[in-house]
Design a protein around this ligand. Structure first.
Ligand SMILES: [Zn+2]
Ligand SMILES: [Zn+2]
Length: 328
């Protein structure tokens, strides 16, 4: 490879490198950009390629963090791949995949948080991507895109990946109905509800895998070998589903209004309160007023709501029993 004049490289023998770019070296970096770095090992004289991320920029000096340590080397070239994520557009790659209907890339993105690839995560990705595209939405932390999910199963992690609506950014509303269904919403305009209605799809179409699932997951009786086998089969089915038309799997209904959904207003900012017992800070609506003082829920011994594998439950702290199955 012919060497380009990049600039001065401060080799730190860690995974971080400081690079002072020459003024005429075109890069236009942003923090968070993925970067492709080609280098020549000083001793072996072989050319290698690796990935890095830009973690700091000061004038024409950038700091990059490499995926792995490299031996003493000379950096030959730096490139920012097209559609590299950046601090300003962290979901750029995901949005591009949705636009191009290239959902394979999203499966791994979803598996990064979900931990495995499974049929329902793929269906979640698909409905999320379909809704985003049909309603012409772009979610980068704005609250005009909302998702109302009716389940907290694998399906919802797929939806969070493709829509960008999560618990943390308040764009994901959870209704504890226990149905594999989701509504993708453009606030005050339109909504599309997808309801999964192929109830016995795996049992009918992949009976061997279904039996294996029963043994390994439902009855928890699988050997490590069978667990591995199930994961492999599960991934194969998931990838098959990527190519299955949504209308074969879901009842889909579009509405030109969102009134019937009774949506919450944009997330309010609440005052802080401090618990008079433990001193910890509490969001005002969660503070319990007792004799002119505020207490947090654990210190006041009041019931609390918990979201877990069985949905939302109200837990009674005093006897640690589940009381009701719905919010107060
Ligand atoms: Zn799953
Ligand atoms: Zn407290």
């Amino acid at each position: 490879m012919k060497q380009k004049e990049i600039g001065k490289i401060e080799y730190q023998n860690t995974t971080n490198h400081k690079i002072t770019l020459k003024e005429d070296f075109e890069l236009n970096p942003e923090i968070g950009n993925e970067i492709l770095l080609s280098y020549q090992e000083t001793e072996k004289k072989t050319n290698e390629l690796t990935k890095a991320m830009i973690i700091d920029i000061k004038d024409n000096e950038i700091t990059i963090k490499l995926d792995e340590k490299i031996p003493k080397a000379e950096i030959l070239d730096l490139k920012i791949p097209e559609n590299s994520a950046s601090i300003h557009h962290p979901r750029q790659k995901i949005n591009k995949s949705i636009e191009e209907k290239n959902l394979h890339k999203l499966v791994l993105e979803a598996a990064k948080i979900h931990g495995h690839i499974c049929p329902m995560i793929v269906l979640g990705i698909k409905v999320g991507a379909d809704g985003i595209k049909k309603l012409n939405l772009r979610h980068e932390g704005m609250e005009d895109t909302l998702v109302l999910t009716e389940t907290n199963s694998c399906f919802s992690d797929g939806i969070q990946t493709s829509t960008g609506c999560t618990f943390g950014n308040n764009a994901l509303i959870y209704r504890d109905y226990g149905k594999t269904a989701v509504t993708i919403i453009k606030r005050n305009e339109k909504a599309i509800r997808y309801h999964y209605n192929q109830y016995n799809y795996i049992e009918k179409n992949y009976p061997d895998t279904y039996n294996l699932f029963e043994k390994v997951v439902k009855n928890r009786e699988g050997t490590p070998e069978e667990q591995k086998q199930l994961q492999k089969k599960w991934t194969e089915i998931a990838l098959d589903l990527l190519d299955t038309p949504l209308k074969e799997m879901f009842k889909i209904k579009t509405t030109n209004s969102t009134k019937h959904l009774n949506l919450p207003k944009k997330a309010p900012i609440f005052k802080d309160r401090y618990c008079s017992d433990c001193g910890e800070k509490i969001m005002a609506p969660k503070a319990i007023k007792e004799n002119k003082e505020h207490k947090c829920i654990p210190c006041s011994n009041k019931n609390y709501l918990q979201l877990d594998g069985s949905g939302l439950k109200e837990i009674n702290q005093k006897n640690n029993n589940t009381t009701k199955n719905k919010p107060p």
